[in-house]
Design a protein around this ligand. Structure first.
Ligand code: ADP
Length: 487
């Protein structure tokens, strides 16, 4: 079984590399909601594991590539069925290892299932040879094939959905995959790879290498046997990976598909409905404890409704239930680890001196032993005062005047990030103007600034926020493949 049904304390993770046995020391994993509770243990990959995994992946790739795309797709669909059947167990891990609320856990598993099914469909569609018209007497065909070995390097904030999404796309396209989870979510990553093996993906086609980014991640990206890297994480790490790939002196010119950070704004003009703005700002800034790439960090409110919105925001924040993510009544759970909490505490201390305090939610009972940060909001004079992205439930409010709208969008664009933008307005011309001017990947109008339904709302940014193509969109899978023209 992927997980021991005895539950907490007994979950384990170790490298899954055909032909090696785990040799690293056992490291305890604690529950973010109560750091006194050990929920499992994991073992890091050794350099021998990395070497063996690369050799296995190279050897297995031609056979996997020769497997019909429809057969690869069928295995992914089988994995989706298994994951649906095991949903409660995976949700429990999301709560115990990543501090996810039950609602987030459900969304996480469903999104992973959607990715598996979507890339399976995409494989069936794109891998059918395309006949191209040509001169009489010649036939021309475009075919797709796998690139080779793909390294999938994942973040902790969607330890199942992003992780399995990356893996599914790379596998569907005919690549063998070496998957490296984030250091914070090894148990979930291990269970996810086990699931894929249970579904029939061969052991050497998908291997699992938990470990530090700076050791295991770096070892993969500098190795000439890796043909492509699919990465989600910070912009800084994407640059490091880009550099590692660029300085290789052998091997293919590698492909990098990177999905990185944001500095996301929500704009509300004076035609918008304050109740709606507050509800959506709260949902966008504090869902998943603010630890989503799409999360709104700054709410830009037109001055004539600003006092009303800020007052209502403070009122709504007082109602937030912060505490045990395993309870259905909880709105906001803990942040991922001690380091994240420290960064947020430091940010709060800095804001204390420079910004105007709006409100802070109260921590619920039993939170004293967890890595909790109470959702907090401050008012700033301008977006320029916003520092670099801090993942967590921290919201900033800035007022603007009617004649400043274009300049405001330019300031957002000037951050260089371009992931999500929220717009609240009842004036079509204003919405169109913002949409046209904003350099961002995903725009949410008069709704919550989160959500990226696979196949319907392709997700991803531009500039410092990523290379594209968008995950869950029609152009994603082909980027993992190479094209052959047969004339
Ligand atoms: P975050 O700030 O969201 O934790 P990171 O960019 O630090 O994002 O981490 C995302 C993923 O990148 C993790 O799996 C991490 O281990 C990996 N990683 C970190 N540094 C490197 C590196 N130098 N090379 C390859 N992968 C790395």
């Amino acid at each position: 079984a992927a997980m021991n049904s005895a539950g907490a304390g007994s979950w384990t993770a170790s490298p899954l590399v055909a032909g090696t046995q785990p040799a690293g020391e056992k490291i305890a994993v604690t529950n973010p909601a109560d750091r006194r509770e050990t929920v499992g243990h994991w073992q890091a990959s050794t350099s021998a594991d990395v070497e063996r995994a690369l050799a296995n992946a190279v050897a297995a790739q031609p056979g996997w590539d020769a497997t019909p795309a429809s057969s690869r797709a069928a295995l992914l669909e089988h994995a989706a069925d298994l994951l649906e059947a095991r949903m409660p167990a995976y949700m429990a891990m999301c709560t115990k290892e990543a501090g996810k609320t039950l609602a987030d856990g459900i969304a996480e598993v469903r999104e992973a299932v959607d990715f598996l099914r979507y890339y399976a469909l995409q494989a069936r569609e794109h891998f059918a040879p395309i006949a191209l018209p040509g001169p009489t007497g010649e036939s021309n065909q475009l075919q797709l094939a796998g690139r080779g070995v793909f390294a999938c390097i994942s973040p902790w904030n969607f330890p199942l959905a992003i992780f399995l999404g990356q893996i599914a796309a790379a596998l569907a396209a005919g690549n063998t995959v070496i998957a490296k989870p984030a250091e914070q979510t090894n148990l979930i990553g291990f269970a996810a790879v086990k699931l894929m093996h249970d579904a029939g993906i061969p052991q050497d086609v998908l291997q699992y290498l938990p470990g530090d980014g700076a050791t295991v991640g770096a070892a993969l990206t500098r190795d000439p046997r890796v043909a492509g890297v699919c990465f989600t994480g910070s912009t800084e790490t994407a640059r490091l990976i880009n550099r590692a790939l660029a300085s290789r002196e052998a091997g293919p010119i590698a492909t990098l598909i990177a999905e990185t950070g944001g500095q996301n704004a929500m704009i509300a003009d004076s035609s918008s409905l304050p109740e709606q703005v507050v509800k959506d700002a709260l949902g966008s800034a504090f869902t998943s404890a603010g630890q989503r790439c799409s999360a709104a960090r700054v709410l830009l409110v037109q001055d004539d409704i600003a006092d009303k919105v800020i007052g209502m925001l403070a009122g709504a924040m007082a109602e937030l239930k912060v505490g045990d993510p395993g309870l259905p009544s909880t709105d906001v759970g803990p942040v991922i680890d001690t380091e994240a909490k420290c960064v947020l505490d430091e940010h709060a201390a800095k804001m204390q001196g420079s910004a105007k305090f709006i409100a802070r939610a109260t921590l619920g009972e039993g939170t004293q032993h967890g890595t909790f940060f109470a959702p907090t909001a401050w008012e700033l004079k301008s977006i320029a005062e916003l520092d670099r992205e801090k993942f967590g439930p921290a919201l900033h409010v800035v007022r603007w005047k009617a004649d400043e709208l274009d300049a405001l969008i330019d300031t957002i664009n000037a951050t260089g990030y371009g992931l999500t933008l929220g717009i609240h307005s009842r004036i079509d011309a204003t919405i169109d103007r913002i949409v046209a001017r904003a350099k961002v990947g995903n725009i949410y109008v008069n709704r919550n600034q989160i959500g990226a339904v696979v196949g319907v709302q392709p997700f991803g940014g531009q500039g410092l926020s990523g290379t594209g193509p968008k995950a869950g969109g029609p152009h994603y899978l082909p980027r993992f493949a190479t094209e052959k023209t047969v004339t």
